[in-house]
Design a protein around this ligand. Structure first.
Ligand SMILES: *Cc1c(COP(=O)(O)O)cnc(C)c1O
Length: 428
């Protein structure tokens, strides 16, 4: 394993494995493309988070949007984690996976009445409220059900997390949260509502954060506000500092560990005596997953060498959306190297995985693995170009399990079939 990109994806006799299972074997068994996740890599991350926060009362709520496969959610639930959701669909998945609603927190700037109703009914730990209007609506919906809803105010601490602008969420100009100077007013309004319990304060400054210092700034501002609230008699139960810890995408990346986050955050939060919530997504699952695909064609065009593979931006959107770097490994190592653009089959120039990348001299039929694809990989995938979404596989030691079957063509068009029957009166 030694100097490989990932401890959980070792080369054994020149063949890339996930734990002890050959990726070539899985590819031969179920076809490509597929996502593969290492269960022990996930457990390792869970344990690092637990250990980092063990000396302070902390609830770790996994951010479902990073990867919401039911079997993945079950791993987090079995290990005692809570869940951070951003939609009714994620609530549905979370409840299906057996999460205790008392461990579910719900953020998002645009929650629908239907979604709010479902979450109030479930009795979740906290709605992380992002606007004045949302306070009014949750109060009304809770009242209509004869229930009380727990809420926290999501504040926008105006901190720059120094990450990609699309995943910076704690800057003043972003759509997220309520500005610091309006937060007191939000709490005063919420406290007067009959159907709300005001339980906490929330912030989430961004994602893929590679330096923990912005957390210090954000948490200090949050704690300052907690003391202001105390002064006017508003007592909270918890501080939720969101997620955002970065992961290794490039071989040279050295992302902060949960311990680094804990070391910065706990001493500040401790002064308040409030419980802590953290909401990691990417850092719990990202490095544990890879997207495995097969080379379809090679093509030389001018100076460029293209390797065309059977997965596309519909399977992994991050390169197209954020110009993100993903490390790519050959499933079978080769002696010769080439410089190539590794691209998908989709009719978009943005459909690339790597540009001018030095890589093994892959041939038609060879397999490759796009690394660090466990988070915001499958969960952002789509059926664009009417491509069935990839299969998902979980590896545990010597065994592997298909945790989501590859979609079929008929599954993709199913919601349209009825309409066709109505209009033409016939269908195959
Ligand atoms: C996306 C999100 C997270 C998780 O972010 P990561 O960067 O994946 O850790 C946590 N909290 C909220 C509110 C989010 O929107």
């Amino acid at each position: 394993m030694g100097n490989s990109f990932s401890h959980y994806f070792p080369y054994i006799e020149n063949e890339l494995h996930c734990e002890n299972v050959s990726l070539k074997k899985i590819a031969k068994d179920i076809g490509t493309p597929f996502y593969v996740y290492s269960k022990n890599a996930i457990l390792d991350k869970i344990n690092r988070y637990k250990k980092a926060f063990q000396n302070y009362p902390t609830l770790i709520c996994y951010a479902a949007k990073a990867n919401s496969n039911l079997s993945i959610l079950e791993i987090f639930r079995e290990n005692g984690l809570g869940l951070d959701i951003v939609s009714g669909g994620e609530l549905y998945r979370g409840l299906k996976a057996g999460f205790d609603p008392k461990k579910i927190v719900y953020a998002g700037v645009g929650k629908t009445d239907k979604e709010l109703l479902e979450a109030v009914k479930a009795g979740i730990l906290s709605f992380n409220v992002e606007s004045f209007m949302e306070i009014e609506v949750i109060d009304r919906i809770a009242g209509s059900l004869g229930k009380k809803a727990n809420i926290s105010i999501r504040i926008n601490p105006d901190v720059n997390p120094k990450t990609h602008p699309y995943i910076s969420t704690g800057l003043r100009e972003s759509k997220f949260g309520i500005d610091m100077e309006d937060a007191l007013k939000a709490y005063e309004i919420a406290l007067k509502k009959k159907n709300l319990n005001v339980v906490g304060i929330h912030c989430h400054i961004g994602s893929q954060i590679m330096d923990v210092s912005p957390y210090k700034e954000a948490v200090e501002k949050t704690v300052e506000l907690v003391f202001k609230l105390k002064k006017i008699g508003i007592e909270l139960e918890h501080i939720d500092i969101g997620g955002g810890l970065g992961i290794k995408y490039r071989p040279e990346d050295r992302p902060p560990e949960p311990e680094d986050l804990a070391r910065i955050v706990i001493p500040v939060v401790k002064e308040t005596g409030l419980k802590l919530i953290v909401e990691p997504g990417r850092s719990l699952i990202g490095e544990a997953g890879a997207l495995v695909s097969q080379v379809l064609f090679l093509k030389d065009k001018g100076e460029k060498h293209f390797i065309i593979i059977d997965s596309g931006m519909n399977d992994l959107l991050r390169p197209a959306m954020y110009n993100a770097y993903h490390h790519i490994l050959p499933v079978t190592k080769k002696k010769k190297k080439v410089v190539a653009d590794i691209v998908g089959p989709i009719c978009e120039t943005g459909d690339f995985f790597a540009v001018d990348r030095e890589i093994d001299d892959l041939q038609r039929g060879d397999y490759l693995a796009v690394m660090s694809a466990g988070a915001y990989g499958f969960s952002m995938s789509s059926n664009y170009n009417s491509r069935p979404r990839a299969a998902e596989v979980l590896v545990d030691g010597n065994e592997y399990f298909v945790i989501r079957e590859r979609e079929s063509y008929s599954y993709i068009i199913e919601p349209e079939i009825k309409a066709l029957q109505k209009t033409s009166g016939e269908v195959e």
